[in-house]
Structure formats: C-alpha cells, structure tokens
Design a protein around this ligand. Structure first.
Ligand SMILES: C[S@@+](CC[C@H](N)C(=O)[O-])C[C@H]1O[C@@H](n2cnc3c(N)ncnc32)[C@H](O)[C@@H]1O
Length: 334
C-alpha cells in the first residue's frame, strides 16, 4: 500500500487510543451491504476505483479481491485512525490518502486518476463502529467522555468548543435541521443557560441537558439521539461535504462508470437522491429555442435499479445496518 505524501498522513503506527474500562476501544467494523455495493460497482479487473470512505477497509478488500494485477484502488478517509488501520492492507494496487472526501479530485490527480478515467466511486457514509464504540471519540452518549465528535482529530473545532461559543439561534437551527428535533428551541436555551455556570465538556453532560428538555420520544430511542446526530453532522459538515463531492465523483467517472452511495439517515439520502435524479433528467432546453428531439441535451446519469436496503438477515447480524440505503447510478456518454 502507498500512503500518499503531500497530504497529511498520520504515522504508520497502530492506533494509539488506550483501551480502559471507561474508554473501550473497538477495532471491529462490520461492513454494510458488502456484496451488494461491490456488485453494483460492476468491477472490471483492470479498472480504477475510488473508495471514498475507507473505514476499516471492508469494501476496499472486496474490491481488491476482484481486481486483476492492473487494477487500481484509491481509498480516502478523514479519520487518522482509519488511515493507521489501513497499513495492514499491503497491496501495490492500493493507495490510501488521509483527506476529507471533498479532496477527492486532488487525491485522484496525485495518483494519476485523471478526469473521466475512473470506473467506479463508492461512498459508505457516516461513522465506523470503531468511531462510535471508542469512548474518547465523543460520538456516543453510551459513554461519559470528552465531547469531541470530530472524524478528523487533527483539525477543526471539537463539539465542546463549538457548544461553548455558538449563539442560541444557530444552535437551535442546527439541532432542528440536522436532528429533526422538535424540542430544538428548548434544548438550545437550556445549553446556553447551563454553559454560563460551567462549560459543557462531556457527552454525559450534554446528554443529561438534552434529556431534561425532551418530553416524549419514539419507543427505543434515547432522548439525546437526535441532538447528538445534529451536532455531529454540523461539526463534520457532513452534508456540505457530500454535496461538494458528488459532482467531483461524477467528473472523475468515465462513461459507463458507476457511482454507488450508502447513506444512513434521511438528510444524507436526500442529497444523494436529488443529485442522482437531477442527473438522470434530460436537461431542459432554453425557453423559446426550437430544438428537435435529436438535438435535446441527454441526461448525464442513468439510475441503476431501485434504492437497496439491507435484508432481515443482515440487520439481525448487524443492527447498525438497519438505516442503510444504497443508491446506484451510471455515468452516460456526453
Ligand atoms: C461507515 S464507515 C466506512 C466503512 C467501510 N466501508 C468498511 O467497510 O470498513 C465511514 C468512514 O467514512 C469516513 N468518512 C465519513 N465522512 C467522510 C468525509 N467527508 N471524508 C472522508 N472520510 C469520511 C469516516 O471517518 C469513516 O471511517
């Protein structure tokens, strides 16, 4: 494997987060829709592929198993621990780059994947199990830990730092828009009052504040779930990243190349669905310009099948797969 220079790549040591009783560290990630996603890429043995979300490499390994000696795979991840874990994947056909996926175009150029040369791009969005299950990452209210929530721990503002300074109106909007939380206004108010007494620095403190405001909740769902999702989406700019990168992925694909995206919540899936549906519609001719049917611009994408969800057996084996939805599109010749 090549770890690409020029882009901040952490050392090649194993992840250095210490496991303790209060800070469990998990390295296991069960890949969601493994067979379905790789099948949807329709791998050509000598093709060039991009795995935009390496995680622990489940999809990458499967792609490599189907590539011949001339095939190439570029993988990206913004999490330094995912990139450290990637050293185990030692394969000359494989390059792993530490970057947010909006750096895809740049990373592709650096490894010689030119525009319109790539056979397939896969996104398996959201968090890996090691991120969720490692207390010190601060993603989960199951542990009391520092409120970090950054996928890329080498840059950007932690959730604690953001909660210390965000104004009440913005906070309420983030919780409402990204958490679809109907108690957003009272949660934001409570946080802003609480932080005048002492800073909110742990997952436990945030969860307790939220729970004290949320009066009713769907059965089986913790009152803090929606607020944690919202803060995480904001801190990592998840929807903006996706909206910026789908067009880059499209440009990199060659005609006939496949775009495969697995999302884990409706906000993400909406961005993907709109992008694919817009690309699959014929471009409207300018008003008043008389064009024959043959002169009309053609659509840029073809939708491949319907959205796919994991089956009951997968969900039973891996409950985290339950909210997954996969969409596939193929680039059409210009
Ligand atoms: C669900 S996991 C991917 C799991 C992977 N397919 C596997 O089988 O092991 C999602 C991964 O994407 C990464 N990720 C999420 N958003 C990203 C972004 N905008 N740029 C780069 N990596 C991102 C996360 O850090 C995480 O490691």
């Amino acid at each position: 494997m090549t770890m690409h220079a020029g882009i901040a790549v952490p050392g090649t040591r194993a992840p250095s987060v210490a496991a303790t009783a209060t800070n469990p560290v998990s390295e296991l990630h069960e890949t969601v829709l493994l067979e379905e996603a790789v099948e949807a890429l329709a791998i050509r043995p000598d093709g060039c592929y991009i795995d935009a979300t390496f995680g622990r490499g489940g999809h990458s390994r499967k792609i490599l198993s189907q590539l011949g000696p001339d095939g190439r795979l570029l993988a990206l991840d913004r999490d330094p621990l995912a990139v450290s874990a990637g050293v185990l994947l030692d394969d000359p056909r494989f390059t792993l780059v530490h970057t947010a996926f909006d750096g895809m175009g740049e990373a592709a150029k650096q490894v010689g994947f030119d525009v319109a040369r790539v056979d397939g791009v896969l996104f398996d969005l959201g968090l890996s199990s090691p991120q969720i299950d490692t207390a010190s990452r601060g993603f989960s209210f199951r542990f009391d830990a520092p409120l970090d929530m950054r996928m890329d721990t080498t840059r950007g503002q932690t959730a604690a730092a953001w909660l210390a300074e965000v104004d009440e109106k913005t906070l309420a909007e983030v919780i409402k828009d990204y958490g679809e939380e109907r108690f957003a206004v009272s949660i934001a108010k409570k946080i802003v009052v609480a932080r005048t007494e002492r800073p909110i620095t742990t997952t436990g403190e945030l969860a307790a504040l939220v729970r004290s405001c949320v009066r009713t909740r769907e059965p089986g769902q913790d009152a803090a779930t929606r607020t944690f999702q919202a803060v995480r989406i904001y801190i990592n700019q998840e929807l903006g990243q996706l909206a910026l990168t789908l067009p880059q992925a499209f440009d990199l694909l060659k005609p006939g190349g496949r775009l495969v995206v697995i999302s884990f919540h409706s906000l993400e899936d909406r961005v993907v669905k709109r992008f694919m549906q817009a690309g699959a519609k014929p471009v409207e001719p300018p008003k008043g310009v008389p064009l024959t049917a043959a002169q009309l611009p053609l659509p840029k994408l073809k939708l491949i099948g319907k959205a796919i969800k994991p089956g009951a057996a997968e969900i039973e084996r891996n409950p985290r797969a339950r909210s997954a939805i996969m969409r596939v599109a193929e680039k059409l010749a210009a």
